[in-house]
Design a protein around this ligand. Sequence first.
Ligand code: UD1
Length: 430
Amino acid sequence: MDRIKITGGQKLNGEIPISGAKNAALPLLIASLLTPDRLTLKNVPNLADVNLLVRILRNHGVDFAIDGKRTDPNPHIGETFHLTARDIVDTTAPYEMVSRMRASFWVLGPLLARMGEAKVSLPGGCAIGTRPVDMHLQGLKALGADLQIDAGYVLAKAPKGGLRGGRIQFNKVSVGATHQVLLAAALARGETVIENAAREPEVGDVADCLVKMGAKIEGIGTSTLRIEGRDRLEGAVHTVLPDRIETGTFAFAVAATGGDVTLSGTRRDLLSNALEALAETGTQVHDVDGGIRIVRNGGGVAPVTIETQPFPGFPTDLQAQLMALMTRASGTSVIRETIFENRFMHVQELARLGADIQLHGDTATIKGVKALRGAPVMATDLRASVSLVIAGLMAEGDTTINRVYHLDRGFEQLEAKLTRCGAVIERISG
Ligand code: UD1
């Protein structure tokens, strides 16, 4: 199993190109199931999760082609995918695949809308909490679906004539449930209204693509989405928006090590809240042409108090990275996690490097320490693992991160991007 070794203490200087957003690329790939025509997606990141989803889609009958060469040594490739679901040959998504990546459960709505039936495995447990799918099922039922749960699978059937528009009032914000209903509603008869929809930019990106495919959608970017479905959607060409979580991760890394890095191909408005928190720590955030410049030279890191919230609040996917930064703050920080229970597995690992963190329920209190010391640590989930990379970059001596396959799920060319800015980081195979 691969490990990553980091020798800490180097400042980061230079430019890091930001990849397309994993969390937009996944539902956009799934949107290909909605049309027999070709969907072309540009700026798709080369990630383990993306590759796994492509395998799942091919299983359903999606014809897949890719432009350019996968072996390009350029740290940021931004690939172009062509997906054509002319004939759906299989409406079952098996446990072996869905259990490996939760987002693959989102094929349920599109398969049901297009084919009138689907059998999709329940995603099962997850390292960062129970993560149920009740809201997904509530949404599809409102579109007329008959849903039975049998032997770990959702057996879904559309009414005669197909799914029809409906009104859904979610009682909390779910990114996944919003994607699920949005995708299905685009191919349902009549109007669907989703109240308390997720406003995450990735939802907006999917909605923009569905509009190009022929759906009529109002309220994009707001918490009320009105979707006028079509009998048939068409092909389209769409560019995946920049990854705000990758942007924030590198921004926090620069704040952690000190230095001056331009994050290119990204946008401040995708993560205003997180960048405001970063500015509060004493790090400079500048808008530059085509990106954001992050500077911290000298001076300590001031502590902050934040709680995670749905967009436009502070993203849960950046909570672990902020915590890594706060381990060296000049005072006490407080971070409250309101989206997922159990999303604190990085705390024990950060403690191995010398961090002083107390956990009480959903709240972590972090007392800044003078220095972290390198140590072997274990990656537990995607965002937790990258927080260990940030901590390793700050620590004195060597840090070895085990189980780095978590990182490969969501960060494209992580070591190459950091190495080009002066980090001492290498992958050890086997
Ligand atoms: C997505 C993101 C993930 C991010 C999360 C929150 C992708 C591929 N993943 O995950 O990176 O951390 O949004 O921003 O885009 N919930 C229910 N019932 C449901 C669905 C969700 O109770 O049917 C709860 C969850 O347990 C959680 C909260 O709602 O407490 C938010 O989850 P959700 O927004 O659905 O997360 P995901 O879509 O799984």
